[in-house]
Write a protein that binds this ligand. Sequence first.
Ligand code: DX5
Ligand code: ZN
Length: 217
Amino acid sequence: MTYVSPSLLSADFANLQRDVEMLNESEADYMHIDVMDGVFVPNISFGFPVMKAIAKYAQKPLDVHLMIVDPQRYVSQVRDCGAAIMNVHQEACTHLDRTIQQIKQAGMKAAVTLNPATPVCMLEDVIHELDMVLLMSVNPGFAAQSFIEGTVAKLHRLRALIEQSGSKAVIEVDGGINAQTAPRVVEAGADILVAGSYVFSAQNPKEVISSLKSLQK
Ligand code: DX5
Ligand code: ZN
């Protein structure tokens, strides 16, 4: 079975409560929350007040993806907004090991995200501490971009690193996930699929979520 984390970046922001309730009724395992600061990525999405509003209605754990510089500044705020998983970018953290400890001490699952250009070996010395690794399969900043093919080979390298190190980290993939790419990333080792535009532009988003969930390794 595959886990699914629909990204609310592609929700209708004028009807967020409706879209969160749709996800509550779906087979989604998480809700993926994309926070962008206009510095780390060339776009601004939404911040903590909106996350709090989502958390008020969400009945699934919040999988928070921070595309911001120096995310360690906000560990307790992210926790207080109801996050279950805090994803920080390796490229955004000078003292990544310390940030991972702070996230865990705050009671959240610690996840580190890699941009498409960042090799898997950058995680060698922290992989044993991680609950999750998020591989970006697009350059972060926007929904509805095309899947970067190199992600498939990268997934195999990450799976090998996790196995060699005895880490319990699960693998999440984010960007360009659809009916064509999802089976391929699952086969290559992905445990959790993030999907934004594929879910929210569908006629029947709940059916799309079920179809992603039913993918087998
Ligand atoms: C991209 C975000 C993604 C985005 C995915 O910067 O991190 O979570 O919402 O959107 P799709 O699934 O449309 O590529
Ligand atoms: Zn994301």
